[in-house]
Design a protein around this ligand. Structure first.
Ligand code: ZN
Length: 476
């Protein structure tokens, strides 16, 4: 027992999402509260009991998921896999996916939040009463390759897996006269900014959804620790657009050079780097800088990804960099517009959902199980949706090839991918089944999520306090 406790404590330290000393200090009291909350819920034991119990309804749903997959949806996954389209241009994929979803009795609308390749499929139970609304994320964008797009992130399997779960659950709810709504959220362009899920979230597309599940191809079967964090740092995607006045270079005094402003700004950012904490990551390009050498450029654009492990320090970096942009504009007689076109933040991971997902992965003999819980990362890449709506991302091994590789793409259309996606579908269906039919479980999930969201706000307050003396732009 003692050894286990020590192991547990070590793993908490290693796998905590808090990576800097400031973060760890700010989070120390809050992590204790998260641990106390988890102890109260006992999500692992709860999940094991739920997954191992005899349940004929659930087993029928899982069987139905398999039939739907074998009959049509595995082929649909391969079809999307053979016809990759990059983010925001997934027109043929969306055409096919929405056609199939309509065949299953879902009403489908497209173009949500001004995104042409977004869609929402909705099924309402004929049973009287409101019931709950559950959502499933479906992605379908491919990666940009050096020659052509390819599904190196296996998004081709996601929509078909979500469909199998949703349809099996809908049939069950109809038969048992359970009220409620099932929504499929077709979310474009996971792989590129601006983050579509944030745009859809801000437009209210997910409003009224009680729970969201999704799946994603992966190199091992895992679940995450409860808490808050993100996979790849908090990010601000920002464009600095400099506008000057064009003129012939032989009479350049008539112009105002936007490229000069951009270069000055770019250099200023390099000068800022040592004033930022070492965990800061700033990556930039100048994608626009004029059209001809003999014309004073009247437009130049600098595009930066500004990253930091926590969002409070990130906001400070963002302010300093914006000041540098204004300074460059002032120095060159140009104008700058700042377009913060994308944001990614820490998300909330809910233990009772993660553990249920994992308990089913074990029960269904998923391959390549890693027993060690991974760091919290929310269930979607932007973080924002997870702060508002509880949910879980199901990750079952679907390829041993590296992420974003051609080999992983090919695996998505082989047994290894098919097996992983079908298990994803079954696990999502099982989670949704419990959520829809078990009021106590629903209560546990929501209480945990709400408590976690409050603790997250406390964490941000603690970070603000910790950085108080250090940040604040310039000297007064
Ligand atoms: Zn992906």
């Amino acid at each position: 027992m003692k050894t286990r406790l020590i192991l547990l404590l070590t793993s908490t330290a290693i796998l905590s999402a808090q990576t800097t000393p400031v973060e760890r200090q700010a989070a120390s009291e809050i992590l204790k509260k998260i641990d106390a909350l988890q102890e109260k819920i006992g999500p692992t034991e709860q999940a094991k009991a739920m997954a191992s119990g005899k349940d004929r309804d659930r087993d029928r749903i899982l069987k139905r998921v398999e039939t739907l997959w074998d009959k049509q949806l595995r082929d649909l996954s391969d079809h999307i896999g053979r016809n990759p389209e990059v983010g925001f241009k997934e027109f043929a994929s969306v055409d096919t996916l929405t056609k199939v979803l309509r065949q299953y009795g879902f009403s489908v609308t497209t173009g949500q939040a001004g995104l042409e390749t977004a869609f929402v499929g909705e099924w309402k139970s004929p049973a009287k009463g409101k019931g709950v609304t559950v959502g499933l994320f479906a992605e379908y964008d491919a990666l940009r390759g050096t020659k052509e797009p390819f599904h190196g992130c296996q998004h081709n399997g996601q929509s078909p897996a979500a469909y199998a779960s949703a349809v099996a659950l809908a049939e069950f709810m109809e038969k048992k006269k359970i009220p409620g709504t099932i929504k499929i959220f077709g979310t474009p362009a996971e792989e590129m900014g601006p983050p579509a899920k944030v745009i859809m979230f801000d437009a209210g597309v997910f409003d009224g959804t009680d729970l969201i599940v999704r799946s994603h191809g992966t190199g091992e079967t895992t679940r995450n620790k409860p808490g808050f964090g993100v996979c790849c740092l908090n990010i601000n995607e920002v464009k600095y657009i400099f506008e000057g006045r064009p003129a012939h270079q032989r009479s350049s005094w008539n112009g105002r050079n936007a490229l000069t402003a951009a270069v000055q700004f770019y250099t200023s950012v390099d000068h800022l780097r040592p004033t930022f904490r070492p965990e800061a990551v700033i990556q930039g390009v100048i994608p626009e800088g004029g059209v001809a050498p003999n014309v004073v450029p009247d437009r130049a654009v600098v595009d930066y990804y500004i990253r930091y492990p926590d969002e409070v320090y990130l906001a400070h970096m963002d302010t300093m960099i914006a000041n540098a942009a204004h300074a460059a504009a002032l120095a060159t007689g140009t104008k700058v517009t700042i377009d913060r076109y994308g944001e990614y933040r820490d998300g909330i991971t809910v233990g009772s959902l993660e553990e249920l997902s994992f308990a089913y992965a074990e029960k269904l003999d998923a391959p390549e199980i890693n027993p060690e819980p991974q760091r919290p990362a929310g269930y979607e890449e932007t973080g924002f949706v997870t702060r508002d709506i509880p949910g879980v991302s199901v990750s079952v091994f679907s390829s041993s090839a590296p992420g974003h590789s051609y080999e992983r793409w090919l695996d998505s259309m082989k047994d290894v991918g098919h097996t992983g996606f079908l298990l994803d579908a079954k696990i999502m269906a099982a989670i949704l089944y419990h959520y829809v039919t078990d009021g106590d479980f629903r209560k546990t999930v929501h209480t945990e999520h709400e408590t976690m969201a409050k603790l997250f706000n406390d964490y941000l307050d603690a970070l603000n306090e910790a950085y108080k003396d250090e940040i604040g732009g310039s000297l007064k």
